[in-house]
Design a protein around this ligand. Structure first.
Ligand code: PHE
Length: 366
């Protein structure tokens, strides 16, 4: 009897002193485990006479109960302490700057597309999209280039081997102009959209890559004329390059889908080997650089797209996004845009937090 009492006291003291779940488990095995002394004592009850058993049992039972309670309580306390310790160790400091470990950056092309959308949204233009895998009707025919038109051959088109259900050739769009057709067919007139996106031509050198980016612009309304086009482009370029001295030259040209057609040149100078947009191209030390094509939408194109040319007129333009990005941010090799070199991206990329806004500046750098 005294044996059990002192053994129980010793066990309870050991349980109270346990500093880890492992130590506690060792103590459980020594007492309540299969070969623990409490379990063995319980077994001896079976071999006792009824009188002996009645005398011995209560002490053993109560030793078992108090040890089991103490084990449970201590286990709960140790687990709670372990959780507290883990929570303290794993704190996240929400006040740390998010810029501490930059892992990725926004590609200059994406950044410039966001800048375009922001500037043109302010002029009332919505952003439209179309498929990069196009058919030749949208890419050529509806843009007034039928099967025999020489301009088709000039586009260095990537064709797919199959045809559409209507028997149209399938191709990678060679320009964003098919989005003009899709927008007119989808929404009718009036229209004010830009359509930035990827285009493809089988062409590659320092200034040409097989995939590049254009932004199409299309305005259809009543009484639209070339003056609206020039003002729109001038206003855009002033906002985009963030300078007032932008001078545009509209140079007569030819596109099957515009009439008249003009190429858009901008005056620039060269400072420290870098082209800087601004000033009149004919001024000393200046020259003109072509930025894209444009013109009044050809009446034939309006008809293909289901609009009455006697009622609706419009202008369209197509600009190279990569080129205006290079001019604004100072890169000189187009191919590096698409190499995915992390050093280039770290240097020329933008922080995702650097959202272009008209109020904060469309060219702000982090
Ligand atoms: N789609 C023409 C090109 O890629 C550019 C353009 C667009 C010209 C719209 C006129 C009007 O060369």
């Amino acid at each position: 009897m005294t044996d059990i009492t002192s053994q129980t006291e010793a066990a309870l003291a050991a349980i109270a002193a346990a500093t880890s779940l492992d130590a506690l488990e060792a103590e459980r095995l020594e007492t309540l485990g299969k070969k623990g002394w409490v379990s063995l004592a319980l077994k001896t009850l079976g071999g006792m006479s009824p009188e002996e058993r009645t005398a011995a049992a209560p002490a053993i039972q109560s030793a078992r109960a108090s040890i089991a309670d103490a084990l449970d309580a201590k286990k709960a306390a140790l687990e709670a302490a372990a959780l507290e310790e883990q929570l303290a160790r794993e704190t996240v400091d929400l006040t740390l700057p998010a810029f501490a470990a930059p892992k990725g950056s926004v590609h200059p092309v994406s950044q410039v597309m966001d800048e375009l959308a922001e500037i043109f949204a302010d002029l009332g233009f919505a952003v439209a999209t179309g498929p990069e895998i196009e058919d030749d009707w949208h890419n050529f025919t509806a843009l007034n280039m039928d099967e025999t038109h020489p301009a088709r051959a000039m586009h260095d088109t990537f064709y797919f081997p199959d045809k559409t259900a209507e028997g149209r050739e399938i191709l990678l769009r060679t320009h964003t102009s098919p989005v003009q057709i899709r927008a007119m067919l989808d929404q009718g007139a009036p229209i004010r959209i830009i359509a930035p996106g990827r285009v493809y031509r089988s062409d590659s050198d320092a200034t040409h890559t097989p995939m590049f980016h254009q932004v199409e612009g299309l305005v259809i309304d009543r009484d639209i004329h070339l003056g609206h086009l020039k003002w729109t482009l001038e206003t855009f370029f002033k906002a985009f390059f963030e300078r007032e001295d932008i001078t545009l030259r509209l140079r007569p040209s030819y596109f099957p889908f515009t009439e008249p057609s003009v190429e858009v040149d901008v005056g620039y100078s060269t400072e420290g080997g870098r082209r800087v947009v601004g000033g009149h191209g004919d001024a000393p030390g200046h020259a003109w650089m072509e930025l894209g094509g444009s013109g009044m939408v050809n009446a034939r194109v309006l008809e293909f797209a289901g609009l009455d040319p006697m009622e609706w007129q419009g202008f369209a333009f197509g600009l190279g996004i990569d080129r205006i990005a290079m001019l604004k941010y100072g890169m000189n090799d187009l191919r590096a845009f698409f190499d995915g070199d992390p050093r280039w991206l770290a240097h020329y990329g933008f922080s995702p937090f650097d959202q272009p806004t008209l109020s904060a500046g469309v060219g702000a750098r982090a």
